[in-house]
Design a binder for this molecule. Sequence first.
Ligand SMILES: [Zn+2]
Length: 161
Amino acid sequence: MEYIYAPWRMNYLVRDKSKDECVFCVDSSCYENKYVLFEAKHSYVKLNTFPYNCGHLLVIPKTHTKELNGLSYESGAEIMKVTSLSCDILKKVYHCNAINVGLNIGKAAGAGIEQHLHFHIIPRWEGDVSFYTVCSELRVVSEILDDTFNKLTGDFKKIKL
Ligand SMILES: [Zn+2]
């Protein structure tokens, strides 16, 4: 029997859900949060603090909406550009074989924070351990967030939109 430890997941699983405020609606000073990699006019990029895989990023619109049609045209266009630049950086830094880009609209679709739309960008490698995700709440991430942030921040600082 092998054991895999992912203790940071416990903070997510046992949090007091009745007191959840929108974690993606932050005032501008919070964009200085240590896991925010990039801030654009309508959106920002941060590490997912409960990642499915190494380098798991979120592209988050600054508009609080749970529907795609709640985004302005400019916001949608910017998010697509920021997402594509983020994919380029993940490919360069992590040498991943593939990338999942996804959006879960509504709880039944798997949205953990359904009130505020957010785009997942998840690097994938041949033979990675995502089957755990299919079978259980367990995910295996082989890198701590501070290391992920340090690997990515230099390239995000070079982005000019
Ligand atoms: Zn929000």
